[in-house]
Write a protein that binds this ligand. Structure first.
Ligand code: PLP
Length: 401
């Protein structure tokens, strides 16, 4: 049999995706101005970014970035363990540890790499890694990289997670969950999971990419909102590219964990450290996220306004208290059609389709930001009203608010 050609195989898979009308497409944004995006000749009001606090274009972040770039240059020039670890990184790590109430923090270049790094460093063949079915892709990939047996429990089903742990009493175990689920916006049952992990002597890891900055009194995230400290949740991962408006990520927890990651987390060791100017901008973002509490207050007003309006329209909302407010539309064509109809009205809300979400659960992933105004939310609601969603998808008003 002749050797298969890899590029041909990939082309066949891409064509299959096109035939299934599930092909993903890149769009180039020419200019961003708060929630407004320009692409080609269009100016669109976006409800799909993760800039939840509206910090991405904050003048103080831009000033911190440019000042540090002027003084230190652009690139860090090497990995952290060679000569890339600068004082801007160290200062940011200290600020992140203090904010999240953890002993130490360690920066990674992206959240994807942080999750790969933690799971690869901690897990080994023979271990068990129990995860919520709706966890972000990089947590699932990390468990595979670590070589552990991956067990996925139905979404937020603590009893099912308990059964999976109990079935492997002798194996070292890690239970990983998103804090706020990226495509659904709901919060994991964190306290119940922490109790389960304590009972089963399993290590709990929470990916709070979408909770940091948004939840908790001082924006310290879903663990702070659930009053769970480092003892209950030794492994916290969160990103700098969402509510903090920058890019990158960190892991926070006990000093011994961080020391171990520096030794064994390959996606930390074998890569160039993030630009120090980016770390300087992220430090400014941490300070603003803590001090400018009006951003969280405004976001929460906008979330309430959207949910009330959507409920009045009978729209199929999910039970989400966060900035992520998905509108579940079922079929991929329905979601794509709705996104295109909104775009014709000047709104950008991307359709999320399989395989990012399970088949039959395509949706509009609507996200709100402190950069939005109430009139923006009203404009979105007005446009959603014109979509004429199939009656089967509608829910009685108020049920999910
Ligand atoms: C829950 C979650 N974890 C991790 C990531 C990855 O973070 P990053 O974009 O920094 O790679 C994302 C999204 O990007 C996410 O939604």
């Amino acid at each position: 049999m002749p050797r298969p050609d890899l590029l041909e195989r990939l082309a066949v898979q891409t064509a299959e995706r096109e035939r299934a009308r599930l092909r993903r497409r890149l769009r180039t944004i020419d200019h961003a101005d708060g929630p407004w995006l320009e692409t080609g000749s269009q100016r669109l009001l976006a409800f799909c970014s993760n800039d939840y606090l509206g910090l991405a274009q904050h003048p103080q972040l831009v000033a911190a970035l440019t000042r540090a770039a002027r003084e230190e240059g652009v690139g860090s020039s090497s990995a952290h363990l060679i000569c890339g670890h600068r004082s801007a990184h160290a200062e940011l790590e200290e600020a992140l540890a203090a904010w999240t109430g953890r002993e130490r923090a360690l920066l990674f270049s992206t959240g994807y790499m942080a999750n790969l790094g933690v799971l690869q460093a901690l897990l080994a063949r023979g271990d068990v890694c129990v995860q919520d079915k709706l966890n972000h892709a990089c947590l699932l990939d990390g468990a595979r990289l670590g070589g552990a047996e991956l067990k996925r429990y139905p979404h937020a089903d603590v009893a099912a997670a308990a059964r999976q742990l109990a079935a492997n009493p002798g194996a070292a175990a890690l239970l990983a969950t998103d804090g706020v689920f990226s495509m659904d916006g709901d919060v994991a049952p964190l306290r119940a999971l922490a109790q389960l992990c304590a009972l089963e002597r399993a290590t709990l890891m929470v990916d709070d990419a979408h909770g940091l900055g948004v939840l908790g009194d001082d924006g310290a995230g879903s663990l702070s909102a659930a009053k769970l400290g480092q003892h209950e949740v030794p492994l916290l991962m969160a990103t700098l590219g969402k509510a903090l408006g920058c890019s990158g990520a960190f892991v926070a927890g006990p000093a011994a964990l961080i020391h171990g990651l520096v030794q064994f987390a390959r996606p930390y060791i074998y890569t160039t450290a993030m630009p120090p100017a980016l770390a300087a901008a992220a430090l400014e973002a941490v300070r603003l996220a803590q001090s400018e509490t009006w951003r969280r207050d405004k976001l929460s007003v906008l979330i309430g306004r959207f949910r009330r309006g959507a409920a009045e329209l009978g729209l199929p909302l999910a039970a989400s208290p966060s900035a992520i407010q998905p509108l579940l539309l079922g079929g991929a064509d329905a979601a794509l059609g709705a996104a295109q109809a909104l775009e014709r009205q000047g709104l950008l809300v991307t359709a999320i389709r399989p395989p990012t979400v399970p088949a039959g659960q395509a949706r509009l992933r609507i996200t709100l930001s402190a950069a939005h105004e109430e009139i923006h939310v009203d404009r979105l609601l007005g446009a959603l009203e014109t979509l004429h969603l199939p009656a089967a998808l509608r829910v009685p008003g108020g049920d999910h608010v």
